[in-house]
Design a protein around this ligand. Structure first.
Ligand code: KG4
Ligand code: ZN
Length: 334
């Protein structure tokens, strides 16, 4: 049988990414052009700057992916693209590039949800066993997702305010660290002790929802109060204490949900899944649970197009197609 080769495009935020995926799981190319340097001086992603970079980069990155894979467009089976959620102007660049390629080469166009993509990053490293639970922790999302089969997503818990990554970035800003702050806090935390008392938002006993804005405020207040007393808190202890609070709630609620839903596998996804503290705490906790835990390598946790290709392959086989009216949808539901 002929190989299925998907060319996938992801431009929802500040990475212009193109990947080529063979038969749903094999990465022939996975190119990520990061714009972080351009956004750093603004302390966060500037939507207009992101769109302009995507326009300049997208065809270059498509070409680079084809060259890396050693393929021509004639060998591509379908085009997958992130439809949303994300920055509308950024999404539109990827969607239009995908439409142009699909139209010019008469190929099927497959729309993919960004969070489905994050979850399916796991398919590039392991087989998926259903029903499963996915912990999605990124800059825009913090969700526990129950999947009874491919393509079926039930959100059983989500953040009521800030996403985990957003909390990391805001706390990092308070500590005068560059954007994105997550990796800096992670590094700092490894050198510190979780000695500063900070709250944990458990919410109602049976809730799988999260809340991180109270924690973020507590960190800011703690820093200010110490400054007023003329004290200076060790940044590494502050980072370690903040991280301990985030990680404890994420790990506990994930383990609890995995038991309650009696899943066969737990997957971790999203940029914050690159966090060393979270990875080791999850691994330690799930050693005592019966259900297997999967965490993709760092490069597949943060935004990339390989994950969109992996999710796109499943959608393609299910017959999911977009027409030429496909648009970027910033608030797309999973
Ligand atoms: O999934 P992602 O690349 O983009 C979104 O879809 O949002 O996630 C980006 C988020 C940022 O908030 C970044 O600070 C966070 O992931 N992040 C981390 C780490 N690496 C990236 N947070 C904590 N520890 C890390 N090592
Ligand atoms: Zn993402």
């Amino acid at each position: 049988e002929k190989d299925e080769i998907i060319l996938a495009i992801e431009t929802s935020c500040d990475e212009t990414a193109v990947a080529i995926i063979k038969n749903g799981t094999e990465m022939l190319a996975n190119i990520v052009a990061s714009q972080i340097e351009s956004h750093k001086r603004f302390g966060g992603v500037v939507p207009e700057v992101a769109s302009r970079h995507h326009v300049e980069q997208v065809t270059v990155v498509i070409e680079e992916a084809l060259v890396t894979a050693g393929l021509t467009m004639e060998e591509i089976t379908a085009i997958a693209v992130t439809e949303g959620p994300g920055l509308v102007g950024a999404l539109l660049i990827g969607v239009n590039a995908a439409k142009a390629l699909a139209f010019a080469h008469d190929l099927p166009l497959v729309p993919v949800h960004h969070i489905a993509g994050h979850i399916y990053a796991n398919r590039l490293v392991t087989e998926m066993h259903f029903p499963l639970l996915a912990l999605v922790v990124s800059g825009g999302h913090t969700e526990l997702v129950y999947m009874k089969e491919h393509g079926s997503f039930e959100v059983i818990g989500e953040t009521r305010d800030d996403a985990a990554g957003e909390a990391y970035d805001k706390v990092a800003r308070t500590l005068n660290m560059p954007y994105p702050g997550g990796p800096h806090i992670d590094r700092l935390a490894q050198a510190g002790q979780p000695s500063i008392k900070l709250p944990r938002a458990w919410l109602e006993p049976d809730s799988y929802d999260f809340s991180f804005s109270g924690l973020k405020s507590a960190v800011i207040n703690t820093v200010h109060n110490a400054a007023q007393r003329g004290e200076e808190l060790a940044p590494e202890d502050l980072a370690a204490s903040f991280q301990a609070s985030v990680v404890e709630v994420l790990v506990e609620k994930t383990a609890r949900a995995a038991r309650a839903y009696d899943v066969k596998q737990v997957l971790v996804a999203g940029g914050v899944a690159a966090n060393q503290g979270l990875r080791s705490a999850l691994e330690a906790r799930f050693q005592n649970e019966e259900v297997p835990l999967v965490i993709p390598p760092l490069s597949l946790c943060t935004d990339n197009a390989a994950m969109i290709g992996a999710a796109g392959s499943i959608a393609y086989r299910k017959g999911t197609r977009a027409d030429w009216a496909l648009n970027g949808v910033p608030g797309l539901d999973l």
